[in-house]
Write a protein that binds this ligand. Structure first.
Ligand SMILES: [Zn+2]
Length: 252
């Protein structure tokens, strides 16, 4: 999701995304895509017990985040991370920082230690000082739950896609198995499946050597038409089960 070698020092995002982003900061996976959702750092982050994710919020009953709370961060940022390579500070309801607090925060942003990332979580970025906003990258949201579903769906989708292309060589059992799995995908993943499968079918058609209407070509052309039709069925809000049944019946 994130190439963490290019992580910025400060972000503005909404509440639902702040935790995913903090998880990406502490994630221990070695490749660029974080958070992986499965390493021990991500697990701790999901359970809200990671020592390098520090949350600041309004103190009970108060309407503002006061300058003292930001001064505490100012001292804490100098301490190296406990467990991870980086630390994430989440300022929840960041728009509740009063002017003094925001100015103190600006001073931290002027010279942040290399191992810290600040995440301002707010539904109302316009309430922050322009000087604060200009030092932060604004990100759109995806909750931790949505993100995990997304990875799970992606893996499942890749599996179905390669199975589907293989099945087009005449393996009807495999085709039925793929359609059974399609039925379990959410609508967004099904939509992706239809367009990705169509893309693969089209490139297989291009790669098919020679000319003439071979059996393989016929199957691929038929598959492309079936996938287009299935896409139209999706637009009409027809259930995934019916769409899977239609693809299966049209291709066996
Ligand atoms: Zn991880």
């Amino acid at each position: 999701m994130f190439d963490t070698s290019r992580l910025s020092h400060a972000y503005i995002t909404d509440e639902s995304f702040a935790d995913t982003l903090a998880m990406a900061v502490v994630c221990g996976t070695r490749d660029g895509n974080r958070p992986c959702g499965t390493c021990r750092h991500c697990e701790k982050a999901l359970r809200h017990i990671h020592p390098d994710i520090i949350s600041i919020d309004r103190i009970d009953g108060k309407l503002i985040i006061a300058v003292d709370q930001i001064r505490e961060i100012q001292r804490d940022v100098l301490v190296i991370p406990n467990d991870s390579e980086k630390k994430a500070y989440i300022v929840r309801n960041a728009d509740a920082m009063n002017i003094n607090a925001q100015n103190a925060f600006l001073r931290i942003l002027e010279e942040p230690p290399a191992f810290t990332v600040f995440i301002l979580s707010t539904g109302n970025p316009a309430a922050l000082l322009p000087t604060v906003r200009s030092r932060c990258v604004e990100l759109k949201s995806m909750s931790v739950g949505e993100y995990i579903d997304n990875i799970t769906n992606r893996e499942e989708l890749d599996g179905i896609l390669s199975g589907f292309i293989e099945a087009l060589a005449g393996d009807n059992v495999k085709l039925m198995e793929c359609m059974f799995r399609i039925d379990k995908l959410d609508r967004l993943a099904l939509h992706d499946f239809l367009s990705l499968a169509r893309g693969k079918v089209i490139s297989s058609l291009r790669e098919e050597p020679g000319s003439g209407f071979t059996d393989k070509r016929k199957t691929l052309v038929r598959a492309e038409n079936v996938l287009i039709k299935a896409g139209e069925m999706m637009d009409l809000n027809i259930s995934s089960g019916h769409i899977a049944g239609f693809i299966c019946a049209s291709l066996v």
